[in-house]
Ligand binder design. Structure first.
Ligand code: AHR
Length: 513
């Protein structure tokens, strides 16, 4: 009797610790539906310690091993991440940046004031050659953000010529004089940034006209160099912005329309990055998951004007934004990166994968030492954040065939509010392996999920997990491996059913063969 009672109690205890979820995976591929690797892009702005001290420590630095001034440890870590593209030099900084300040002998380069970010002096020692050569070192495609608001059409035309023109021209001559014979052939170009705000406080109609002018002179009659021009897009739920751009800009001039959305609790009270409460956590996750609605609504507008989906939605700024770390420069946006950020990355990338027919490019803000960074540095020390590990675990989806995964999730509740606890996405790579990424944002409850598989038979499953006891847990320079992926033993395959035991606050990647 006592034994029966005990097992009864144990049964209920395990029910409350693990909630039940279901999912369906359609495992047959559609050859036309690929998850672009460019969804996994990054962003490096001249902001705080992103470039200086983050990527670049200077050619003369003897303390930190570097290649042409770029940190070797950073190059090695980013190569493992398979960074497909890197956006530079801003952000807001882009619309104050005059690229000619950053070429030629370093000692002759003018200094400017970085008006948006802390009013610090920018000596332009990291410029066009430094950035584009660094991209070659990283094996990543550059995404140059052009200055529309304080620059000129001529200046942007010249930049395109300088980096891309093979033949003889004043700009290609200048490039060669500065030591680079062959053009870099940069494909991705932003035309201004946040034109509704720091990029000029423009109206969408005014911006659309300006865009048409700039885009025309960048690419000529036929855009024979196939420049992928990206219009400065909406601030979160500003749907009118997308509407006006899609209506007023001819689509043959438009590779993509951007969207910026940060997971922020309240712009006036952003909350701490490390010592936050569960209420803060819930509010952040709510804002991160709002991306789903944003993508659906912006996509619906784009579909109205572009049913064939020729224009991409480019989410070129996303991530968590909190108060800066105490004692750091408020203009440098340096924040700690915890398991909360791992959750943001996991759910957001699942959303992007699931909408990869329209979202074909995105950039996490930002790569190093700024906002939701994948790398933090302190002089010669470097650490990989929980977000880094999620981006690395998810890189199996890059250029893989998208597979529909529908999840029916239990709720993660806070008072009267609720969020879906589990999210997921799936793909099949070019070698035939199928990958499922799952996230459980509930910080206290594990989730059991049963996935029924349609259209394929698998023999084996294995996986990796990123998890930690507390949502506030993070890596430090003294304990850089506090949080890192581990082998995952919680998945079982029986015929067409896959059962997964997701720990509380976890990201899991599974490989099915
Ligand atoms: O990523 C930081 C800033 O956020 C960017 O410079 C700007 O585009 C956005 O407001």
């Amino acid at each position: 009797m006592k034994k029966r009672l005990l097992s009864f109690l144990f049964f209920f205890a395990s029910l409350s610790a693990y909630a039940q979820n279901t999912a369906t995976l359609s495992a047959q591929t559609n050859p036309e539906r690929v998850i672009s690797r460019h969804i996994y892009g990054h962003f490096a702005e001249h902001l705080g310690r992103s470039i200086y001290g983050g990527f670049y420590v200077g050619e003369d630095n003897k303390k930190i091993p570097n290649t042409a001034g770029v940190r070797n440890d950073v190059v090695e870590a980013l190569k493992r991440l398979k960074v497909p593209n890197l956006r530079w030099p801003g952000g807001c900084f882009a619309d104050t940046y005059h690229w000619k300040d950053g070429i030629g002998p370093k000692e002759n380069r003018p200094t400017i004031v970085n008006t948006w970010w802390g009013g610090v002096t920018e000596n332009n020692s990291f410029g066009t050659h430094d950035f584009l050569n660094m991209c070659e070192l990283l094996g990543t495609e550059p995404y140059l953000a052009g200055n529309m608001a304080s620059g000129t059409v001529q200046e942007l035309m010249d930049w395109v010529q300088y980096v891309n023109f093979e033949g003889e021209s004043p700009m290609s001559k200048l490039r060669k004089e500065n030591g680079r014979e062959k053009p870099w052939n940069v494909k991705f170009w932003g035309v201004g940034n946040e034109a509704w705000g720091c990029g000029g406080n423009m109206t969408p109609d005014y911006y659309a006209n300006e865009y048409r002018k700039y885009a025309t002179f960048m690419a000529g009659w036929t855009n024979e160099n196939n420049l992928f021009r990206i219009a400065s897009g909406a601030n979160s739920a500003d749907y009118n912005w997308t509407e006006v751009l899609m209506k007023n800009i001819p689509h043959n001039m438009l590779g993509g329309v951007a969207l910026h959305h940060y997971a922020v609790i309240d712009w006036n009270k952003k909350g701490p990055s490390k010592d936050f409460t569960e209420q803060h956590y819930f509010a952040t996750m709510k804002s991160a998951l709002f991306m789903e609605e944003l993508v659906n609504k912006h996509t619906a507008i784009m579909d109205k004007y572009d049913p064939k989906k020729t224009v991409a939605l480019v989410v070129d700024e996303w991530g968590g934004w909190y108060e800066v770390d105490p004692g750091t420069n408020p203009g440098f946006l340096y924040q700690q990166n915890t398991m909360r950020d791992a959750m943001i990355a996991g759910v957001t990338l699942n959303i992007f994968n699931n909408h990869s027919d329209r979202i074909r490019m995105a950039n996490l803000a930002q790569a190093i030492n700024v906002l939701q960074a994948v790398i933090l540095t302190d002089e010669e020390k470097m650490l990989l954040t929980p977000t880094y590990h999620v981006m690395e675990m998810y890189n199996v989806h890059q250029d893989a065939f998208y597979l529909p995964l529908t999840v029916k999730s239990a709720d993660y509740t806070m008072g009267n509010d609720k969020l879906p606890a589990v999210s997921g996405s799936a793909s099949k790579d070019k070698n035939g392996a199928t990958h499922i990424t799952l996230v459980n944002i509930d910080p206290k409850k594990g989730q059991d999920i049963t996935v029924s598989i349609d259209g394929a038979k698998f023999k084996s499953v294995n996986g990796r997990v990123l998890t930690s006891k507390n949502i506030q847990d993070h890596n430090t320079f003294d304990k850089p491996d506090n949080i890192k992926p581990a082998n995952f033993k919680g998945a079982n395959l029986k015929g067409n059913n896959l059962t997964v035991k997701l720990p509380a606050c976890s990201v899991v990647v599974l490989e099915l063969k």
